[in-house]
Design a protein around this ligand. Structure first.
Ligand code: SF4
Length: 269
């Protein structure tokens, strides 16, 4: 196990980074221990959001969008067994259907412009971290859609099942938008303008974010700093430091909704 991290770059997605910031120990249970799925607790709303995204992925590729296609696709995709009882599942199904109906009515991202990628995993080149022993980092992300909009801007579109909770500045401070922005330019470098758009299906709101060159550079520095901290902790575990010493648990309110609460000895009661 010792030194094993030297050969492989650290892959960091927006979800992994958010998890690490919320609780480093939860990140370690996910990425280092790799707790198996049957020992995790997946919140019901995540199943609902996943079903909506799976249907949208199919619809956005079609040349015509019809409401009946959305319903039949949802019926095929929906995980009825993931909910505690039939009534909860039925309510979740109706929520998912309402979100899809809203998108079919105004299908943001579909139609005009040119599609470049749908649910495609994007990666940056490896960037070296502080020293050879902790290796490098690769940012990864799978946006719902990347397209060139009718004005020629390269746009990353991410659909959200819920309502917008935060303003533009708060969204710009979020890992997801910044990483999508970085990934888009690294994969398609020759565009004069880039935008990351969050499309909120519950309200039909679209919030578009743009970044200056300095903001992108600042984000890179911030991400490299966090990545280095994670890579050092990973190396410490490989050198037999206890998991909870390298990735310190952060028990608190978030434990109630934590995927790992069934297996975590440090959870807040
Ligand atoms: S239950 Fe709490 S302390 Fe344990 S991993 Fe989850 S968030 Fe961290």
């Amino acid at each position: 196990m010792k030194g094993a991290s030297r050969a492989r770059p650290l892959s960091l997605s927006p979800t992994a980074l958010k998890l690490y910031v919320r609780c480093a120990y939860a990140y370690a249970l996910d990425k280092i221990v790799k707790v198996p799925g049957y020992r995790r607790i997946i919140a019901a709303h995540l199943h609902t959001g996943r079903a909506v995204h799976t249907v949208l992925e199919q619809l956005v590729r079609q040349e015509q969008i019809r409401p009946e296609d959305a319903v039949s696709s949802l019926e095929r995709t929906f995980s009825w067994g993931a909910y505690t009882d039939r009534q909860t599942a039925e309510a979740a199904f109706q929520t998912a259907r309402a979100r899809l109906d809203a998108w079919v009515g105004t299908p943001y991202g579909w139609g005009a412009g040119e599609q470049l990628a749908v649910e495609k995993m994007l990666r940056t080149r490896p960037r070296p971290l502080g020293s050879a022993s902790i290796g490098s980092v690769v940012l990864i992300g799978k946006p719902d859609l990347v397209r060139v909009d009718p004005e020629g801007t390269l746009e990353v579109v991410d659909h959200k099942s819920g309502k917008p909770g935060d303003g533009v500045e708060a969204l710009k401070r979020d890992f997801q938008a910044a990483i999508y922005r970085i990934l888009a330019e690294e994969r398609w470098p020759d565009y004069s303008a880039y935008r990351v758009s969050f499309s909120y299906l519950a309200t039909g709101t679209v919030i578009g974010l743009t970044y200056t060159r300095e903001e992108v550079e600042d984000w890179w520095q911030a991400l490299l700093t966090v990545a280095e901290r994670i890579a050092r902790a990973r190396l410490a575990v490989e050198n037999d430091i206890a998991l909870e010493e390298a990735f310190v648990p952060a028990p608190g309110e978030q434990c109630a909704a934590c995927t790992f609460r069934r297996v975590c000895a440090f959870r807040a009661s």
